[in-house]
Design a protein. Sequence first.
Length: 421
Amino acid sequence: MSEKSYDLLVIGGGPAGAATAYWAAKAGLQTAIIEKKVFPRHKTCGDGLTPRAVHQLSEMNLSQELNEYHKYEGLRAIAHNKSIEMKWPDHPTFPSYGYVVRRCDLDTMVVENAVKEGADFFEGMEAVSPLDKSDLGIKGAMALDHSSGENIIFKAKFIAVADGANSRFGRSLGSNRNKKYPMGMAIRGYFESPLDKEPWIESALDVKDRHGNSMPGYGWIFPVGNGTINVGIGLLSTFRDYRDVNTTHLFNEFALTLPDYWEINPLEPIEPPTGGRLPMAGSVGPKAGQNWLLVGDAAGSVNPFNGEGIDYAYETGRLAASLFTEANAQKDNSILTRYPDLLDEEYGLYFKVARLFAKIIGNPVLIRELTRVGMRSQTLMEWALKVMANLMKENDKGLDEIAYSTIASIVRMVPEQRVSD
């Protein structure tokens, strides 16, 4: 049985893992990523990168690579036979545009970028169990090389758990999802369309089947720029009967009712649609151990407002890498205990507001009326876009930020039980 040693072992090569590895390797930590799949691999995702995600990718020196993909200007919202087009807002930190990049391309791009910074990448290598788990942490992971069937020991001072929404490795360390928090379900597929280079991603807020009956959830259509569009539908567990929802049926009905201008054949997706579940709002914990941290989807970092997880994966990965680097330099693992508080400082109140929003929209009648009111006002919808994409300005606060801050101040005082139950 072979053995390898590193400063940092990253379990999972997706957005959170690759970002953690990039920043850690850049800071000088000997870093390894082990990923059970072989890249490129497909993931259930809308493929849309918002300004927050684009900013993080630019910080990782990937702006030039992104320019090869479809760039879009903003969001087109559709509901109640109306449509509103909204450009991404101007912001001092984030760009006023996004990209659509298929995950098979995006994740390969980011992990290769980490390798360029010095990280070692082992694909087709599954972390099957923690190594020597004790009160002092773990010494690494036992991994299975799927190509050879060999077990390999990876020893490390620190471990970043980034194996996604189902995080088996995280669960083996005692992490679990707070079931009172919302969870998302989504399914997506690709269709050929002549509008593959539309400047807008599209969100259907009032989804109906072909007979005009309202369906739960919201739909999306994201132009990929390669002759195809990404079509999907998602819903939250706050919807009363979500356990009885057949997401494949939802997807098929949504495809059949897409606006004619997309010119798709709804019966002929390019490949079978795929779906998945997403823990949200920081719902997974504990997020820190003696020498390990959960990052990205493994920590339940998806935004309940819009189902967005990639930017939060990059951000939590970057934060974790900075703490690993500091702990290594100071030879003080207790530095990692700051991680949950730093996450709460950055996202805690915002995610609490988002959870209350998720609870409200679980009522189909209420969300229908809210969207009906919203679609009458460009200004109101632009404010909602800014809030839901977490693009408020921190310092130069305008009316949009003041309005959100007022709501957040009220939500801060709402007992946690009232938000979660």
